[in-house]
Design a protein around this ligand. Structure first.
Ligand SMILES: [Zn+2]
Length: 456
């Protein structure tokens, strides 16, 4: 019976009803295991963080990062390497400082938030009001803190996924709430799980037509210290935040592993090459650049490329916005060709869960994928992917299906957007686990004919 079964299986392979295109699981397993010993991603990350350093969109370093990316993609063997330019209004940091002036002078460590207006050149000196939660600020009556500097000291919960961050990050976008109460400036406790003194920056925004007041982030210990002192009596601080806006050009860079059978069907994957300025953008998001490029390179050196094209994209302005919308604008006439998209943008620690478009893992072409990823301690979720990353959100809303390989974010918010986002915090073993997961997944997806738009 077994021999008959084997014989019947051999015949089934020849029948047209069998999927026309399905990746060979043995090849995916080989890619996975090869990636676990491949130093390419770490080398890319070392090169980007040490040779370019911080690279905010609109800065001179962003132009050097563009040229680095073109040279790196070409050296890695990608084809159709090109640059897509777009205009943006860029916010760039200038000199910043903060000190307690009374009751006892001592320095504070501060970072302005992206998009913040500047203080007057001489800075602002005022008494602080420290609130334990953002809700306390929202509940304060109009004019309640006239002439004060409002500090919101709401802590962030450490979680494996992004939920701790999602719950806390609204405090970074609240300068208009503080302005409503008559405040002269707004400071938030860093959206961070660390007790390090280095502050964490990030973008802020202003609501409506209300007054715009300067906004910054304090390191966690400094925010706690202000709360402690303010409970004892009036505390006055001096705050000076300077920045400027420029009309700039930003660049998204991409390169292909050209498909061998259906090259017009494209899987888009990547990370964002821009970063905040205090660190060197290693985990946010040099890692995503390195992981996606290293995974696609391994597939590119196979004797036969997968059927579909894999397009590696280094988006050029995620942190201060713009690259996702620019990508949609540049590719809106050919969105139908993009069969699936995803972005690696939550650091470099282990991936623990795969999410695919609805029904994709039930397809015969992909049913082996969970078992290929399982030895990497990656679960395959039954929940369909809803979010493929900030830079693919715009094309996702326009109809492109997305996948997500969720990374362990437990450590990520100790460092992200701070001076400590450097190569020193990257674990090379976990970085390679990411490359292994992406290489195996991309290969199986790209060497298939699954229509991810079909659903169910
Ligand atoms: Zn990022």
């Amino acid at each position: 019976m077994i021999r008959f079964g084997a014989c019947a299986f051999g015949l089934v392979l020849l029948l047209p009803a069998f999927p026309a295109l399905a990746g060979d699981p043995a090849t995916a397993i080989r890619l996975r295991d090869q990636a676990l010993a491949d130093p390419t991603a770490y080398g890319i990350l070392e090169s980007l963080t040490s040779e370019i350093g911080p690279r905010p969109a609109g800065s001179p370093a962003a132009m050097r990062a563009r040229d680095w990316a073109v040279a790196k993609m070409t050296a890695l063997g990608f084809t159709n390497v090109h640059v897509e330019a777009f205009a943006k209004r860029a916010w760039l940091r200038d000199a910043e400082s903060a000190q307690i002036v009374a009751p006892t002078p001592q320095p504070l460590v501060v970072l302005g938030l992206g998009n913040s207006v500047s203080t007057p050149p001489q800075g602002i000196t005022a008494e602080v009001v420290v609130l334990k939660t953002l809700d306390a600020l929202k509940a304060a009556p109009d004019g309640a803190f006239k002439g004060k500097i409002v500090v919101v000291n709401q802590p962030m919960t450490r979680t494996q996924d992004e939920s701790g961050y999602s719950a806390a990050v609204a405090a970074r976008g609240a300068p208009s709430e503080a302005a409503r109460t008559g405040a002269l400036a707004y400071l938030t406790r860093s959206i961070s799980t660390s007790t390090a003194r280095a502050p964490h920056t990030g973008g802020t925004r202003y609501a409506g037509d209300g007054p715009k007041i300067p906004a910054g982030a304090l390191g966690v210990p400094d925010a706690d210290m202000l709360e402690h002192l303010a409970a004892q009596g009036p505390v006055r601080i001096h705050l000076n935040l300077q920045s400027h806006l420029v009309d700039a050009t930003a660049w998204t860079i991409s390169g292909d592993v050209t498909g061998s059978a259906t090259p017009d069907q494209i899987v888009v994957v990547g990370g964002h090459i821009d970063s905040w300025d205090p660190g060197t953008g290693a985990i946010d998001d040099g890692a995503g650049v390195a992981i996606s490029a290293a995974a696609a390179r391994l597939i590119g050196i196979l004797p036969r490329h997968p059927a579909r094209t894999i397009r590696v994209v280094f988006w050029g302005s995620e942190e201060t916005g713009g690259s996702g919308a620019a990508y949609l604008e540049a590719h809106k006439s050919e969105l139908g060709k993009i069969v699936l998209a995803g972005e690696s943008d939550l650091g470099s620690d282990n991936i623990y869960m795969l999410e695919m478009p609805e029904g994709a893992l039930d397809k015969p072409q992909l049913k082996e994928l969970p078992a290929i990823l399982a030895p990497l301690k990656i679960m395959s979720s039954k929940t369909p992917a809803r979010d493929g990353g900030a830079d693919v959100e715009a094309i996702h809303r326009a109809g492109v299906p997305v996948l997500a390989l969720h990374q362990d974010a437990s450590r990520y918010f100790d460092y992200h957007h701070s001076a400590d986002d450097t190569l020193a915090i990257v674990d090379p073993v976990q970085l390679r686990q990411n490359v292994a997961a992406w290489a195996a997944t991309l290969y199986m997806v790209a060497d298939s004919d699954v229509n991810f738009r079909a659903g169910k």
